[in-house]
Design a protein around this ligand. Structure first.
Ligand SMILES: Cc1cc2nc3c(=O)[nH]c(=O)nc-3n(C[C@H](O)[C@H](O)[C@H](O)COP(=O)(O)OP(=O)(O)OC[C@H]3O[C@@H](n4cnc5c(N)ncnc54)[C@H](O)[C@@H]3O)c2cc1C
Length: 404
């Protein structure tokens, strides 16, 4: 029987394994870590948003420049199919208020357990604590294990080694030099869905780091979105920031910084705000006046004091203007280690339609190690599952061709 080796037991690698096992192939899955799906489990800690229910064309557009390239794979395993597949595993799914789709319980543990059980029943052989080091001169796969280094061979290989964020989960991008040595082009990995550094005052840092900023609108360029984020010691992070992170990162690369504008009171018109702020404050302090007239206090109010100083604070027009368009200068993206995901990766031109390396017949690739990026919202996992499925199908067809 033809044998496939999959390296990387994350969502992409496991999905590729499922396709091959369903076709009756022998599949050996190797991973450097002691167990499977560590990043998937980490994703579960913040809710595990597996996909999104928005109209499909809009869904596809979230992949930006890579949308056209990814479309055939997503067409083949769209959000509806991913949802049905999850339910088939025995895990109910639901659509959250924002249209995001989650497994019941918003927990990755039962989903991964069910999936691994099914793969084991189908005959998958797992080899944990096997760190892939590359190929030897005879093209055998080279692994480091606790018992020493081993060499092994397969009829097809699928690499699903992940991106470069959160390296403690196992995805440390050590594959980059290995593949570059084989002539594969890799776009440099960059932080995606990441926080950004802002030069806060000591006061804001010590008093408000960790505070959520809810129900605000963020504008950058032509884009405007409502949501929430968190103040950190170094700057800002959270879902609203991640939505803009690719554009912000690119702007910082181009211009050295990026300025966003926050509307702290998106439900109030500027006129209503000015009218409220123009009311007599009596003996009240400015902070108390602001709180009484607008409800703004705590972290939100202190954001205003970060950007407005001296006399401008007592000018209700300036105050109203700042509340509706509070400028924040972002200096640098947080490091890749801390990001949710990475941009960059194996350049798509190096792969054929079946996700096989043009320069390495029989070697396929899937998941976050490919050169695409997407915001949070379930888009990352959907594309990992979809490309995992495509690489599994590609390897299956390749093995069948070699059989005949
Ligand atoms: C905090 C957090 C929250 C997230 N939340 C969501 C979410 O809600 N929704 C969403 O869509 N996405 C989310 N993501 C992103 C999502 O988890 C990843 O995009 C996805 O796991 C990538 O899948 P993958 O199979 O390509 O790679 P990974 O899941 O990274 O798996 C790669 C595997 O390869 C193994 N490996 C790497 N190098 C080697 C080597 N040399 N030898 C052997 N094995 C190796 C690793 O140990 C790992 O098991 C989140 C990520 C993080 C960090």
């Amino acid at each position: 029987m033809k044998k496939t080796i999959i390296i990387g037991a994350g969502p992409a690698g496991l999905m590729a394994a499922e396709v091959l096992l369903s076709g009756g192939m022998q599949v050996d899955i190797y991973d450097a870590m002691p167990s499977a799906g560590r990043k998937f489990l980490l994703a579960g800690k913040s809710g595990l948003n597996i996909t999104h229910s928005e109209p499909y064309e809009k869904f596809i557009s979230r992949y930006g420049e890579a949308a056209e390239w990814l479309k055939p794979y997503l067409d083949d395993f769209p959000p509806s199919a991913l949802r049905a597949w999850t339910e088939e595993l025995g895990i109910k799914t639901f659509v959250g208020s924002s249209g995001k789709i989650f497994p019941a319980g918003m927990n990755a543990v039962p989903m991964l357990q069910e999936w691994l059980e099914r793969l084991n029943e189908q005959g998958a052989k797992f080899h944990f604590r096997h760190r892939w080091l590359g190929w030897n001169e005879k093209n055998a796969l080279h692994f480091e294990t606790a018992e020493g280094e081993i060499l092994t061979e397969a009829d097809a290989v699928i690499l699903a080694l992940g991106g470069g964020s959160r390296p403690k989960t196992g995805s440390n991008a050590a594959w980059i030099p290995i593949l570059e040595e084989r002539g594969i082009s890799v776009a440099p990995l960059k932080a995606s869905n990441c926080g950004f550094d802002i030069q806060w005052s000591e006061h804001l840092k010590t008093r408000f780091a960790g505070s959520p900023i809810k129900s605000v609108s963020l504008s950058f360029g032509a884009q405007k979105k409502r949501g929430e984020f968190v103040l950190t010691e170094n700057g800002i992070e959270g879902s609203l920031i991640y939505t803009f992170s690719a554009a912000l990162r690119d702007e910082i690369e181009k211009s050295g910084s990026a300025i966003i504008q926050l509307d702290l009171m998106p439900d109030w018109s500027s006129e209503r705000l000015l009218k409220a702020l123009s009311k007599e404050s009596g003996s009240r302090s400015l902070s108390n006046h602001l709180k009484k007239q607008t409800g703004l206090a705590g972290a939100k109010a202190n954001l205003i004091w970060e950007v407005l100083s001296g006399n401008a604070r007592n000018d209700e027009r300036e105050l109203a203007k700042t509340i509706k368009a509070l400028p924040l200068t972002l200096l640098t993206p947080r490091p890749l280690d801390e990001a949710i995901s990475s941009a960059g990766g194996i350049k798509l031109d190096d792969l054929d339609q079946a996700l096989m390396f043009k320069k390495m017949p029989g070697v396929f690739c899937a998941g976050e190690m490919l050169d695409w990026e997407a915001p949070t919202g379930g888009y990352l996992l959907t594309a990992c599952f979809a490309t995992g499925k495509a690489a599994g199908r590609g390897a299956f067809a390749w093995l069948q061709r070699r059989n005949s």
